[in-house]
Design a binder for this molecule. Structure first.
Ligand code: LLP
Length: 430
């Protein structure tokens, strides 16, 4: 992916840096992020999501991978930022991210988080439900701060990896169903509010989606909904946010959509449908997370024991695991990996890569062919850029790995490795 290469001594390089040298300098496990590929992905989405006469914006879903350096990168690339918690918002604020380009999501923002949003001057809050609408209005009045809002709605389309289905049950915990009468009460409330500036609607149909028809389907249902809103209330939507969910390649069989085709198609379809429906074409937004960083990251591990089980299985143990990548254990995610210091070895064997946590589900890769592994080899798991670092835990009191950004043969540490002192930092003596 991106700038990954094999050098003359059979070592994997990323961003012009030898993975062996990176492991020596920064230790392992190590998250390595390819800056050029992150930037390329940002530009790909930004440049494909344009249409003459239509206002568009791409915002990055920061839950996929966030820290201060990433905020700076996203800002430089001119994308907005989707945050879902006080912690993500705080990170953006500390990194000097322009608050008017921040969109605050979440189905249960706390009062403190909403106050934070008002005080920081967050551009837009995506309101999930009537309870939150009332709370935000009360707080905005109290603080005398105006704020833009979108409503999170549920178009009743559930995207699965390869297809989308209309769901009969609108039981998502996110937003309100477009068929629910409540939305009209919420709209009336928002339009009457002095402090809340109603901008439009947001939906998000799922993640790791490969079928572009899912996105078109969602857009179509949403335009029909906007038309109905206009007919019933006279309200013309200014902003329509279609959410994220663009799938990436992890392993054989994964076929991401061609965004250079899908995004212009989607904009064209939205424009045509709006014209047909007799509504103003709103500003259209998308918020990819995984697609910006997923393939741009890999994780380096040192191998430890290799174990043949009595039952005939061969395990390769690594010095990380579900604490730095819980996705295999949680979602049965499939990853590809290589032995980064043995890229030219052709003699391979089938193994299972397992972590060091005290849990039998702590597997990173169930089935993979790797060159014969010895203690101290360097295993590189690909496509760990999204939802790895951000989902890492300290289970078993294992410190979280460092993150380095690589580009043009230079590496920059952007998140320090946690130490054992960090692990006990908040513990108080008994
Ligand atoms: N917008 C909203 C409102 C979302 O809920 C999400 C993801 C995104 C955008 C970005 O979706 P993406 O483009 O990254 O697919 N932890 C899971 C993924 C959870 C996604 C949650 N929401 C995983 O590791 O696969």
């Amino acid at each position: 992916f991106g700038t990954m290469k094999i050098n003359e001594v059979g070592t994997l390089e990323v961003g012009g840096c030898s993975t062996v040298a990176l492991a020596e300098e920064y230790g392992t496990p190590l998250y390595v992020m390819d800056e050029a590929l992150i930037r390329e992905n940002c530009r790909k989405y930004k440049n494909a999501f344009v249409m003459e006469g239509v206002d568009t914006q791409v915002i990055y879903a920061s839950k996929a991978f966030l820290n201060m350096a990433m905020c700076a990168l996203i800002r430089e690339e001119g994308l907005g930022l989707d945050v879902v918690s006080g912690g993500e918002l705080f990170t953006a604020m500390k990194a000097g991210f322009p608050m008017n380009s921040v969109y605050f999501h979440g189905n249960n923002k706390t009062e403190d988080e909403l106050v934070m949003a008002l005080e920081y001057g967050v551009g837009t809050v995506i309101v999930d439900n009537p309870h939150e609408l009332q709370l935000l209005d009360d707080l905005a009045k109290e603080k005398k701060r105006k704020i833009n809002i979108l409503f999170r709605v549920n178009p009743g389309i559930e995207a699965h990896t390869h297809a989308f289905i209309q769901t009969a049950h609108h039981d998502s915990k996110f937003g309100e169903s477009i068929y629910d009468r409540k939305i009209y009460d919420m709209l009336a409330f928002a339009l009457a509010s002095e402090y809340l500036q109603m901008q439009g609607f947001h939906c998000h149909i799922g993640s790791q989606i490969f079928d572009e028809k899912s996105f078109y389907g969602a857009a179509k249902v949403m335009i029909a909904f906007l038309q109905q809103v206009k007919e019933v209330t006279g309200y013309e939507t200014a902003v329509l946010n279609i959410g994220g969910g663009f799938g990436v390649y992890y392993a054989d069989g994964d076929e991401p959509v061609d965004v250079e085709v899908c995004l212009p198609n989607m904009l064209e379809m939205i424009t045509m449908d709006c014209i047909e429906a007799g509504i103003r074409v709103p500003k259209v937004m998308i918020e990819p997370g995984r697609a910006i960083v997923g393939n741009a990251g890999c994780t380096l591990y040192k191998t430890g024991a290799v174990k043949d089980t009595y039952g005939g299985k061969k395990y390769v143990f690594v010095n990380g695991g579900m604490t730095d990548n819980p996705r295999t254990a949680l979602y049965d995610a499939v990853y590809e990996a290589v032995i980064a210091n043995k890229m030219k070895d052709t003699d391979k064997e089938k193994v299972t890569v397992a972590g060091k946590c005290c849990e039998s589900g702590d597997i990173l890769i169930h089935h993979i062919e790797l060159p014969k592994v010895q203690r101290g080899d360097l295993l590189c798991v690909a496509s760990t850029g999204a939802y790895n670092y951000t989902m890492a835990s300290n289970y078993n009191r294992i410190p979280k790995p460092a993150v380095v950004l690589v580009k043009d043969g230079r590496a920059r540490l952007i998140v320090k490795r946690e130490t054992y002192d960090d692990i006990i930092r908040n513990d108080l003596a008994y």
